[in-house]
Design a protein around this ligand. Structure first.
Ligand code: IPM
Ligand code: MG
Length: 358
């Protein structure tokens, strides 16, 4: 088959890790008989430097003309929160999620067998395994609500960020979670703060109603503070975890940390029709950019998710994941996961080894 893929290389280590992922795409294409056309799309701090804004006009249109989008990383201290919104990379990230209708963010946290030792939890906890899928609502809630900043007479400056959710928004993300659970261990944990927030009370009632349509899937609701605790106490209990945008932002970082390396975790952001967007969950790591030190595995595994969720080609996805496990199983490590006494390899060599294993 022929696929057209938008490449948002972005900032920091973004171009390096995308470079390795492209090599992997070519290796998969060779093995399975697919061809790829790549379209470079400028977004992030590099776009601010080039054209004065982080989200150049026509970005969404360019991406929409492709079958999928692969993003490296955006951001860096150069374009910090003191800069105007249109120059900040984060603004561009939120805009593209919204414009492409990518309301479902899938963030798997999986403890790869070869890296069980990297798990910071107690050994008996790690031995139970960690294999959960965080399903984060990505285009609603406090991230996109009305914001305000105003001067009061007696309390100085005051600000508000509005968190709003509609039944429709909750239902569509809920369905994604239940459908995904059916392909996994058939359990959904819905995270909310229904003891305090009205949006959470609506969230919980919609999720409970949906759960009745999926009697084959075990359902529970869990308060967000308890979930944060359970993720470090016993992450093995979770299969699919579904939650609103900001809770998902926070909990997905926590979930990634318990698996040992943020450099290994991919993500997929998908909607109902538009191309999906695939990106590692790590950031742009400007401190190691351009030094052949970054771990390309999270981006390479994002390509596996692209095959699975956008192209519906699971053999290709399996081949990439198996190649990663094989290379890790042979003991090859980039600096972030090398540990004491292990000589690390570089970004490019890691990419080459994974291509060979494919
Ligand atoms: C993420 C990031 C973004 C988010 C930032 C960079 C805006 O933390 O993808 O989790 O909060 O969504
Ligand atoms: Mg985050």
């Amino acid at each position: 088959m022929n696929f057209k893929i938008a490449l948002i290389k972005g900032d920091g280590i973004g171009p390096e890790v995308v470079g390795e992922a492209v090599k992997v795409l070519e290796a998969v294409g060779k093995k399975f008989g697919h061809r790829f056309t790549f379209v470079d799309v400028l977004l992030g701090g590099c776009a601010t430097d080039a054209v004065g804004k982080s989200y150049p006009d026509g970005t969404a249109e360019k991406c929409n003309a492709c079958d999928a989008v692969l993003l490296g990383a955006v951001g860096g201290p150069k374009w910090g929160s003191d800069k105007p919104a249109e120059q900040r990379p984060e603004t561009a990230l939120l805009a593209i999620r919204k414009d492409l209708g990518l309301y479902a963010n899938l963030r798997p946290a999986f403890l790869r067998p070869a890296l069980a030792g990297a798990c910071p939890l107690k050994q008996e906890t790690a031995e139970k395994g960690i294999d959960l899928m965080m399903v984060r609502e990505l285009t609603g809630g406090i991230y996109f609500g009305k914001r305000d900043r105003y001067q009061t007479e007696d309390r100085g400056v005051e600000c508000t960020d509005l968190m709003a959710y509609s039944e429709r928004e909750i239902e569509r993300i809920g369905r994604r979670a239940f459908e995904l659970a059916r392909l996994r261990r058939k359990k959904v944990s819905s995270v909310d703060k229904a003891n305090v927030l009205e949006t959470s009370r609506l969230w919980r009632s919609v999720m409970r109603r949906l759960s009745e349509e999926y009697p084959d899937v075990q359902y529970e609701d869990i308060l967000v503070d308890n979930c944060a605790m359970q993720l470090v106490r016993d992450p093995g209990q979770f299969d699919v975890v579904v939650t609103e945008n900001m809770f998902g932002d926070i909990l997905s970082d926590e979930a990634s940390m318990v698996t040992g390396s943020i450099g290994l975790l991919p993500s997929a952001s998908v909607g109902d029709s538009a191309p999906g967007l695939y990106e590692p969950i790590h950031g742009s790591a400007p401190d190691i950019a351009g030094q052949d030190k970054a771990n390309p595995i999270a981006t390479i595994l994002s390509v596996a998710m692209m095959f699975r969720y956008s192209f519906h080609l699971s053999d290709e996805a399996d081949a990439i994941e198996a190649a990663v496990d094989r290379v890790l199983g042979e003991g090859w490590r980039t600096p972030d996961i090398a540990g004491p006494g292990v000589a690390p390899i570089g970004t490019r060599q890691m990419g080459d080894l994974i291509c060979q294993a494919i």
